[in-house]
Design a protein around this ligand. Structure first.
Ligand code: ADP
Ligand code: MG
Length: 614
């Protein structure tokens, strides 16, 4: 009587398998890396179970990954003595989506002509890479739990898999690949040996190939820095990062106080969140004396450092701590604080030592640092130092730090000024910039929509208030009197403007901050900025509410538009009124407040007609 169960793959897994099976991807050898990595994980999980004192089936059997190849039969078999899987675990892990990564990976693959499957491990679906080279995969597995029994899983990758109870299975997992004709090379020991050397020399579990021991186990992070070669570090990154490129930064350090820590951390060359992967998870594994306590440990670093990969080893961790409660312990919080502080210090040092590399890092990861400033009060100071912005004192495209900005500040300047615009050209021609240019005060040009929140949360830097330019309380040192309206004329023009524009403006005033622009709008609320208004307006449908506040209009009495407006306002009141409205709208455009410029097209056309008629 057959007890075989037939299961279907979940739709996304099947979709993934279709791509993997038909992939023309050339580096098919990565399947070996993925399966060995799973075998190693299983062995490390077993070590952990042993240290926590659980009853273990065949507890005397040591961790081992044994690989055998059979070139006559065209098969390769990878066996491990790890934790194995129960019936439930097999169903959950090999056929359903275990990770949110599956969808993101599918999306990325769909966008490519020749899909790069090598990132499969990054997306948490490495197991399925077996189907790049195998026409049939058989998994024999028995859990470490003495109460469980063995199971056999078989699949050809299409439709689903069969699951059958299996007797006399030793603890752990044995995966047999019946290779496709075009992948028969992987049934040769020498080929596999090369691959293992390339990808898996840091696997912390002994590996045997056809009966011969291959690697020596070495915890690279526990070795002394000057003994380790660059290639070894890079190989280790390939192993922990599932990434064949070189890391952007590497930090290897040890500390004795307040905690004993050895850490080896990497910044990947690419920000995976911008690659359509959605939110990534931290991939820093936590060890205690070289024993894996938790892979992808939660809470070890703040969320905004989730791009880090690597290893943290601390002797101060109790070995028998349960993985579930770990996240909450005060020890974890201490580790988090020390590690984060050290990493931010490292970034700061790096920005001095190798500004080019730092800038590359910054362009890739700035959003994470900004997220840190906005969400995490603890490291605000250190994060502030790491920010970089364009600035009026720098060439186009060059970035400056706040610290350097502060060093350049003239003595009479008390605040750090920022101007938020979509690009540099808009900043340089902004009416809000004029007073700064005249006073020779440097302004940081911010172009990322997140920057407004960053400025708001940063609040101060090195004791200096950080302010948006539109909120600056600054006057020109010298006002341009030439051709300017007399004070009296300017006052009466202001009054007339207020009468003419009526409800469309708050106050109309004479400005003391304009050089080249005829007018500027100012928010009557000291704490409100144009982009905050925009956002509030977008959030509420109430067009009379806070978002739709009446801005004050400040006019430049030295601007020709103002003197001519004053001259014609009585003789040609229609034209004057049209010009007044256009001046207001132009000021709104400059402030980024006019959502739909189409509304002023009629008026502009009228004005053009008048100009041409002259
Ligand atoms: P990931 O390793 O990122 O979780 P995989 O697709 O490689 O994704 O593996 C899916 C899951 O299947 C693993 O998380 C693990 O629970 C289980 N698994 C795979 N191989 C083994 C193995 N050799 N022993 C025990 N469990 C395994
Ligand atoms: Mg895996």
């Amino acid at each position: 009587m057959s007890k075989t169960e037939t299961h279907h793959f979940q739709a996304e897994i099947q979709q993934l398998l279709n791509i993997v099976i038909h992939s023309l991807y050339t580096d098919k050898e990565i399947f070996a890396r993925e399966l060995i990595s799973n075998a190693a994980d299983a062995c490390e999980k077993l070590r952990f179970q042993q240290t926590s004192g659980k009853a273990i089936h065949q507890s005397e059997v040591a961790p081992l990954i044994a690989i055998t190849t059979d070139d006559k039969a065209g098969t390769i078999t990878i066996t491990d003595t790890g934790v194995g899987m129960t019936h439930g675990e097999i169903v959950e892990n090999l056929g359903t989506i275990a990770h949110s990564g599956t969808k993101a990976f599918l999306k990325q693959l769909a966008e490519e002509k020749q899909p790069d499957v090598s990132l499969i491990g990054q997306f948490g679906v490495g197991f399925y890479s077996a189907f790049m080279v195998a026409r049939r995969v058989t998994v024999l597995s028995r859990s470490f739990d003495p109460e469980e029994q063995g199971w056999q899983w078989t699949s050809e990758g299409m439709g689903g898999y069969e699951l059958t109870p299996a007797d006399d299975v030793p603890r752990g997992t044995k995966i047999t690949l019946e290779l496709k004709d075009e992948a028969k090379e992987f049934a040769e020991g020498s080929t596999i040996e090369q691959i293992i050397k390339r990808y898996s020399s840091f696997v912390p579990v002994p590996i045997e190939l056809n009966g011969t021991r291959l690697n020596t186990v070495q915890a690279i992070w526990a070795r002394s820095k000057n003994e380790i070669k660059e290639e070894e570090y890079n190989e280790f990154y390939t192993f922990v990062g599932h990434d064949h490129e070189k890391p952007l930064f590497r930090l290897h350090f040890s500390a004795d106080a307040p905690l004993t820590i050895q850490a080896l951390l990497f910044v990947p060359p690419k920000n995976f969140e911008t690659m359509g992967m959605g939110r990534i998870d931290s991939e820093v594994n936590l060890y205690c004396r070289k024993i894996l306590i938790q892979a992808k440990a939660k809470g070890l670093f703040p969320e905004w450092l989730r791009f880090l990969k690597g290893v943290v080893d601390s002797e101060d961790l109790p070995l028998n701590i349960s993985r579930e409660t770990m996240q909450d312990t005060s020890l974890m919080q201490k580790l988090n604080k020390v590690l984060t502080g050290r990493f931010l210090k490292f970034l700061d040092e790096q920005s001095e030592k190798d500004p080019e590399a730092y800038e590359k890092f910054y362009r890739e990861y700035q959003r994470f640092l900004k997220e840190g400033i906005v969400t995490d009060f603890t490291h605000k100071e250190a994060l502030g130092k790491l920010l970089r912005f364009e600035s009026s004192a720098m060439e186009n495209g060059k970035l400056t730090s706040l610290a350097d900005y502060v060093k350049r500040m003239p003595e009479e300047q008390k605040e750090v000024f920022c101007l938020l615009t979509p690009n540099r050209a808009a900043a340089e021609s902004s009416p809000y910039f004029e007073v700064f240019r005249e006073r020779k005060f440097e302004v940081l040009f911010l172009h990322d929509p997140w920057d407004e929140f960053v400025v708001e949360h940063l609040h101060t830097f090195e004791g200096k208030p950080v302010k948006l330019a539109e909120k600056a309380d600054l006057n020109l040192t010298e006002t341009n009197k030439e051709g300017a309206l007399s004070e009296e004329a300017a006052k009466s023009l202001s009054q007339w403007l207020k009468e003419t524009l009526g409800d469309k403006v708050g106050e109309v005033r004479i400005s003391n901050r304009l050089v080249n622009s005829p007018a500027v709008v100012m928010d009557p609320d000291k704490f409100m900025t144009a982009s905050m208004r925009r956002m509030m307006k977008a959030m509420s449908r109430d067009t009379e509410g806070v978002g739709a506040v009446k801005h004050d209009l400040e006019i430049n009495p030295a601007h020709p538009i103002m003197s001519r407006l004053e001259a014609i306002r009585q003789s040609d009141s229609n034209l004057a009124a049209t010009v007044a409205e256009q001046v207001l709208d132009n000021a709104r455009v400059a402030a980024g407040l006019l959502e739909d410029p189409r509304t002023m097209l009629n008026r502009l056309n009228q004005l053009l007609e008048k100009v041409l008629a002259k």
